[in-house]
Design a protein around this ligand. Structure first.
Ligand SMILES: Nc1ncnc2c1ncn2[C@@H]1O[C@H](COP(=O)(O)OP(=O)(O)OP(=O)(O)O)[C@@H](O)[C@H]1O
Ligand SMILES: [Mg+2]
Length: 327
């Protein structure tokens, strides 16, 4: 089945079919930033603001990276599940899923909400947002017990979205890391935790002291250490990139763990696996199919050295700061 591409015409059709279209001339449609993996549109009328999202078949990166578009349904189901079980406005509420066109419609956050990433890269590093992000992550991890063994399990999608582009691609390009990356891959699927899969500052929208999570298409069952490592990794990458804010970003990385621990029993084995994953993700965001855009060649060398060191030697408790400052 070929589905229509998400554009203004498709938006108006979906609105009309759902009895939500009064006057098409009042509706404005504009693309939102990011959108590596999906077409994301802000759709506004004087009465409401929605976000329409349709997954791309091929991601907009240099490497060839394709993921089945059924992930739109996964994102919708995940958003519904999270919205039902987390405190209000922990995630952007989802309004509908159009199965034929593979489009998910969300409530748009009001003007003024920005990705946490923007604030961090401008040097605004607020520990309370890091704490909240860690808390939200801990709450999500705590929801695993509400699920049956096979619910929210999307092994194949996780493979296409994370294992192949991050771990296996990196293993081919950095062969000395291959053994560790292979172990992490096997270990991931040996766990039945609930994993968000894309807990990064671009997917945490903020306004003042508030923070909400979006972009749930990677959600699956597996090792939640992956999430802890993902968020830590983004803060560590920024700490390497922004020397002036290094200490504050490393504090924020520690605050994420404190936030997580405030709602979730501390599990030393999970923290140790998160350290290994941190080594892997540092390498993956330089050598995998989704490289971060802001690192200089020299910073990439530092990140590679750091990732390999963490994979080879692990980290002692509380030592992310030490190894980053030594890198
Ligand atoms: N509900 C929302 N309210 C306001 N802005 C939103 C909302 N959902 C998404 N956005 C904006 O659109 C951008 C892209 O959305 P999203 O992360 O869901 O798409 P994506 O294709 O998975 O993006 P990426 O691959 O860049 O992570 C977000 O970074 C955010 O700025
Ligand atoms: Mg996103």
């Amino acid at each position: 089945m070929t589905r229509p591409r998400l554009d203004r015409e498709t938006v108006l059709t979906i609105l009309a079919e759902n009895d939500a279209l009064d006057d098409p001339s009042e509706v404005t449609v504009k693309p939102l930033g990011g959108g590596v993996s999906s077409i994301v549109l802000l759709v506004e009328s004087p009465h409401w603001r929605y976000v329409f999202k349709q997954p791309r078949e091929r991601f907009q990166v240099t490497d060839d990276w394709q993921v089945p578009t059924e992930r739109a349904r996964v994102e919708h189901d995940a958003a519904r599940f999270l919205d039902a079980h987390l405190p209000p406005y922990s995630v952007a509420p989802t309004l509908l899923y159009d199965a034929e066109r593979e489009v998910v419609v969300f409530e748009a956050m009001p003007e003024g909400w920005v990705p946490w990433k923007e604030r961090l890269l401008s040097g605004l590093v607020e520990p309370h947002l890091a704490h909240q992000a860690g808390r939200l992550m801990g709450r999500i991890h705590g929801l695993a017990e509400r699920l049956g063994d096979d619910e929210m399990r999307h092994d194949d999608l996780f493979h296409a979205q994370r294992i192949d582009p991050y771990l296996r691609t990196t293993a081919r390009r950095v062969p000395q890391a291959a053994r560790h990356l292979d172990e992490l891959e096997k270990g991931f699927f040996a766990h039945a935790g609930l994993v968000h899969g894309d807990l990064n500052p671009k997917n945490l929208l903020t306004e003042g002291t508030r923070l909400i999570l979006i972009d749930h298409e990677v959600m699956t069952r597996g090792d939640p250490a992956f999430d802890l490592a993902t968020l830590t990794n983004h803060l560590v990458l920024k700490a390497i990139h922004l020397p002036t804010h290094r200490e504050a970003l490393l504090d924020a990385a520690e605050e994420v763990r404190r936030g997580h621990a405030s709602v979730h029993p501390v599990d030393p084995a999970l923290l140790e696996r998160a350290d290994r994953w941190l080594g892997a993700l540092l390498l993956a965001r330089v050598h995998g199919k989704s490289p971060v855009e802001y690192l200089s060649p020299q910073e990439k060398t530092i990140v590679t050295r750091l990732g390999l060191r963490i994979l080879d030697e692990g980290l002692g408790p509380g030592s992310v700061r030490r190894v980053v400052l030594e890198a």
